[in-house]
Design a protein around this ligand. Structure first.
Ligand code: ATP
Length: 437
């Protein structure tokens, strides 16, 4: 993990939040490369879940919601963790994660365990009284449930169908940690899939497999993923079944995503608390009933961390090339072509040669319309290759003196390190075939 955290900081993937003020615990900022990776990840999810299917539509709901939502959902009554305080230094812990002694001061004296609600409270408007108290949403799901009728009326979808959303959620975690794995502010990618009650178990199984496949299709190795069905006593108050997709992080197997059968709990609760009927009416039989909901709910930040960890490789350079001597160790981030933040780097071999610079800049301008492309002339070529390898850039294009005569450039593949001479004219077609197919 230390190597991952250090690479993230050094190359501008992830920075500590408010670092110049000493940092805010458990909050992170995505840097220039991190933001590209995160967008690619969310776009890949959206494409698979919304654009490539006929039965799922998207939604983007607000973080602030009517406070009654959290009464209906059960979050006000049930969204608790147990906590204890160290009597000496006053630090707070989850009892299940605590050893005999306080890790900060060594004291063995703790308060009794009590319940701590994980929702962040805030106030809407100028009055800071209980009437204006609201919450930052702890999951995006509720925004989908309360819009169930709106979506149904405007899209004319019939069961089974789903609503998908990506957005920020907030939980006042007692013990955040493991870099971006557990934070107080994070992004979720959630699907609420509405089915007939009798079809729910089969759709649950289907979604578990589809979600596992998604992580595999974007490059995570099979041996680092596993499915873990929840035991009966672990299930949330609304769930009839739940299976987690877990990843083998450096700190152990941990949840990436949970796929739950939420039954008809949510629509029934919101019907009761809002007084609006959220039943589904079958257009053929006119039968009215509450659909069951299958919920695949994953974290953007956790998924990003898993893809990053899985892509991180240190390997000995085997090929013999003047600029990349055999036996060197290189760090290479083998992210998939969908996820890698930069697809192409343009590297002029001589930065003082006007002809080379002009051609290199022209190539960049042409390619950046189709691919995320960077230009770097700030080091020797061997070093430039290493720099691009460790951030996962797919192709490096070198422009040299020869290029001015034969109108060809060298294209180097990140993974094989093989080089090919390609005509400048055919570059876009070459890269399109490699990167977009
Ligand atoms: P955990 O058991 O790790 O606290 P959870 O079971 O409470 O997670 P869910 O409520 O199922 O999590 O949330 C769905 C997904 O949202 C999780 O699988 C995870 O990817 C993400 N997530 C939840 N809490 C956090 C957090 N504090 N930081 C980052 N991601 C989170």
């Amino acid at each position: 993990m230390e190597k991952i955290v250090s690479l993230c900081k050094r190359r501008g993937f992830i920075f500590q939040s408010s670092e110049i003020y000493g940092g805010l615990g458990s909050a992170w900022d995505y840097g220039p490369l991190g933001v590209e990776l995160k967008r690619n990840l969310k776009n890949a999810w959206w494409k698979t879940i919304v654009h490539n299917r006929d039965d799922v539509v998207g939604l983007d709901t607000s973080i602030l919601m009517h406070p009654d939502v959290w009464k209906a959902s059960g979050h006000l009554d049930n969204f608790h963790d147990e906590c204890v305080d160290c009597k000496n230094c006053k630090k707070r812990f989850r009892p299940d994660q605590l050893e005999a002694k306080c890790p900060f001061c060594g004291s063995k004296e703790f308060t009794n365990s009590r319940k701590f609600n994980l929702m962040f409270k805030t106030f809407a408007g100028a009055n800071e009284d209980t009437a204006s108290q609201i919450y930052l949403r702890p999951e995006t799901a509720q925004g989908i449930f309360v819009n169930f009728s709106n979506v149904l009326d405007t899209t004319r979808k019939r069961l089974p169908f789903g609503i998908a959303q990506i957005g920020k959620s907030f939980r006042n975690e007692i013990t955040p940690g493991n870099f971006t794995f557990r934070t107080r502010e994070f992004e979720q990618m959630e699907i609420e899939y509405f089915t007939r009650p009798e079809d729910a178990p089969a759709f649950h199984e289907k979604w578990v497999n589809e979600r596992l496949e998604w992580y595999l299709s974007l490059g995570i190795r099979r041996e680092n993923l596993r499915l873990r069905p929840h035991l009966q006593d672990e299930l949330a108050h609304y769930a009839a079944a739940c299976t987690d997709v877990e990843y083998n992080f450096p700190f152990g197997w941990s949840e990436l995503e949970g796929i739950a059968n939420r039954t008809d709990f949510d629509l029934k609760q919101h019907t009761q608390f809002s007084g609006k009927n959220l039943q589904y009416k079958d257009p053929v039989t006119q039968e009215e009933f509450f659909p069951y909901i299958i919920e695949p709910s994953g974290g953007v930040d956790r998924a990003l961390l898993a893809f990053f960890v899985d892509a991180y490789h240190e390997e000995e350079v085997k090929m013999v090339s003047k600029v990349e001597p055999k036996g060197e160790t290189r760090v290479v981030l083998k992210l998939s072509k969908e996820l890698s933040p930069v697809k192409v780097a343009i590297l002029p071999l001589l930065k003082k040669n006007d002809g080379i610079v002009t051609l290199a800049k022209k190539i960049k301008q042409d390619l950046q319309k189709s691919f995320v492309t960077v230009y770097d002339d700030t080091a020797a070529i061997g070093k430039l290759y290493r720099r691009q390898d460790e951030v996962g850039t797919f192709y490096c294009i070198t422009v040299d003196v020869q290029s001015l005569e034969d109108k060809q450039v060298t294209v180097r593949d990140r993974d094989t390190m093989q080089q090919e001479r390609i005509p400048v004219e055919g570059l876009k077609r070459y890269l399109t075939e490699k990167l977009l197919n």
